[in-house]
Design a protein around this ligand. Structure first.
Ligand SMILES: Nc1ncnc2c1ncn2[C@@H]1O[C@H](COP(=O)(O)OP(=O)(O)O)[C@@H](O)[C@H]1O
Ligand SMILES: [Mg+2]
Length: 538
């Protein structure tokens, strides 16, 4: 069973009139994507509102018109919601399922408030059939406390297996059968495994776990919030497998408390546990989930994106699944998740010289960029230096990069930083540099000194380096050798500098220079001089 189309009318929550239309071939996974408050949960609430008018999901009761109606209309009712399934419209399906006794399993719901910090069941009691869908949240604002009920159900399942197979079953065979599949899912997400389902009569009414390396098993209560969340979600889906095999699963923000890298694994496991005839609706703003949808589940999902700047409350809107193009993904990652992508993407990229490919020993990749990132990475944390080959390559590539990147990442400023050597190998001076700056576009920057080594091999840096490493810096020898720190070729003189620093062992020049870059600090003259060239264009 799959939903094809849903409509929320007459001011349902924040929507004046919203239709989500998945077309003739609705997919298995529907992701509602967008920033906080855009209306993802409201769509799920709309489905529950309609369903709960017939069969209540959860045990939290219904919400009043203030919850559902934007205009706070007192008699606002479920008829403002329409849902079309691939097998027909809502009322028809409800009717057919009523005759089969499966009317309560049309939807399965998890609200984002899945707080199950404790699990200690003191006494056994009768539970109702799981198909009645009577515990947990009834709307997206309710507490979705399912762990205890689900633990009871796991016990019942376990004991029933032992009873049904009393002649052959052992505790271990029951465990392998009942928690084997669940463990397989759990292990794909976490380094964690259920070892026992405890014993209510023995005052151990909880799940017990083990982890690699741990000497003893430990109980549910000591798991981290993210681990509890994963156990909770997977256990619930696992228990529903039999009865909810033709169901719309609604999961609101499955990513809560869970690291990005594990989110993706969780979505893959959710997909495995949910039956083939079901559809999964997830409301999400998680990078991990989107990555899974973008890569592993691409052919099985449709993405509904809620954009900024749409008059949802005052105009009629229809949403269709987005085309899964790079540009759209970029838009989702950048716009819907701007708070997160902003953290990882630079605001400024500075192309500099330096080999862009690894050398023989693989070490000089992006050497100049590494040095600059070391020196200025902290103060200018939104800036990223990238090496792009020698002087002429830098010119060509930076042109291309500027042309393309500035279109793709309109927010990013791109600069080009050159060594002083801009006169095709001929000697030049400060005046030539100023002329170059005057007559080139603003994004070009040029160093005052000949090359990066003229900064790193400055006396100021070497002295601090030697001091911190208990080496004797031979200052008179240095002064004799380095007579012009601005223009002198120092790049090929690492051996000489090494001697002046009193280093007797063999060193790798690239590593040595990178090490020196760590000693360049904000209060140094070299730092300030280079900073002015790069960031102030002086
Ligand atoms: N009954 C209502 N009346 C007016 N606005 C509502 C109503 N219900 C929800 N909203 C608005 O919808 C937004 C929340 O939508 P929600 O679906 O919870 O967002 P999310 O995408 O984060 O799940 C809020 O900005 C809220 O003000
Ligand atoms: Mg929400």
């Amino acid at each position: 069973m799959r939903i094809k189309k849903i409509q929320l009318k007459n001011g349902y929550k924040r929507f004046h009139d919203l239709t989500i239309d998945l077309g003739e071939n609705p997919q298995r996974i529907i992701a509602l994507v967008g920033p906080n408050g855009c209306g993802k949960s409201s769509v799920l609430d709309g489905m529950l509102f309609l369903n709960n008018a017939y069969n209540m999901i959860g045990n939290k009761g219904s919400k009043d018109h203030n919850y559902h109606s934007m205009l706070q209309t007192p008699n606002f009712d479920f008829q403002n919601i329409t849902i079309h399934f691939d097998e027909g419209e809502f009322y028809k399906i409800k009717h057919i399922r009523g005759q089969q006794g499966t009317e309560n399993t049309m939807f399965s719901f998890r609200s984002p408030y899945r707080y199950n910090s404790n699990l200690k069941v003191a006494e056994a009691r009768a539970t109702q059939e799981i198909r009645l869908n009577y515990y947990g949240a009834s709307s997206s604002s309710d507490l979705d406390d399912k762990m205890e009920e689900n633990y009871r159900r796991l016990n019942i399942k376990f004991n029933r297996f032992l009873k049904d197979n009393s002649s052959t079953a052992t505790y271990d065979s029951a465990k392998a059968k009942i928690i084997g599949d669940l463990n397989a899912s759990l292990k794909n997400c976490l380094d964690l495994e259920i070892v026992s389902i405890g014993d209510i009569e023995d005052n151990k009414g909880t799940l017990f776990f083990k982890k690699k390396d741990h000497p003893r098993e430990f109980e549910f209560n000591v798991l981290s919030s993210g681990e509890k969340e994963i156990v909770d979600i997977l256990l619930d889906l696992y228990l529903r497998q039999e009865d909810y095999n033709n169901t719309i699963f609604l999961i609101d923000e499955p990513e809560l408390h869970i690291n990005t890298s594990i989110q993706k694994k969780l979505l893959l496991e959710i997909n495995k546990l949910v039956g083939a005839n079901c559809q999964i609706w997830v409301a999400t703003h998680s990078i991990g989930f989107l990555r899974a949808l973008q890569a592993d589940l691409k052919g099985e999902c449709q993405i509904i994106q809620f954009r900024h700047g749409v008059s949802w409350a005052s105009s009629r809107q229809s949403l269709f699944p987005i085309k899964k193009s790079i540009a759209n993904w970029k838009d989702i990652f950048e716009t819907a998740l701007d708070d997160l992508t902003g953290l990882v993407s630079p605001k400024q990229i500075i192309y500099c010289e330096g080999k862009d490919k690894p050398g023989i020993n693989g070490q000089e990749k992006g050497f100049d960029a590494k040095v600059f990132n070391n020196i200025y990475g902290e103060k200018y944390h939104d800036t990223l230096f990238i090496s792009s080959g020698g002087n002429t390559e830098l010119d060509q590539r930076s042109d291309i990069a500027l042309a393309i990147l500035s279109k793709v990442f309109s927010q990013i400023e791109i600069l080009v930083l050159k060594d002083r050597d801009v006169s095709s190998g001929k000697i030049n001076d400060e005046n030539d540099r100023q002329v170059y700056l005057q007559n080139n576009q603003d994004h070009f920057r040029i160093m005052k000194r000949w090359e990066i080594e003229n900064y790193l091999y400055d006396k100021e840096v070497l002295k601090v380096y030697c001091d911190k490493n208990s080496l004797n810096f031979n200052e008179s020898e240095y002064d004799k050798f380095v007579t012009n720190i601005t223009d002198q070729n120092l790049k090929d003189e690492t051996g000489r500098i090494k001697k002046i620093c009193g280093i007797t062992t063999s060193i790798n020049p690239e590593v040595f220079k990178l090490t020196l870059s760590e000693y360049v600090t904000e209060e140094m003259e070299v730092y300030k001089e280079l900073e002015k060239c790069i960031f102030q264009r002086e």
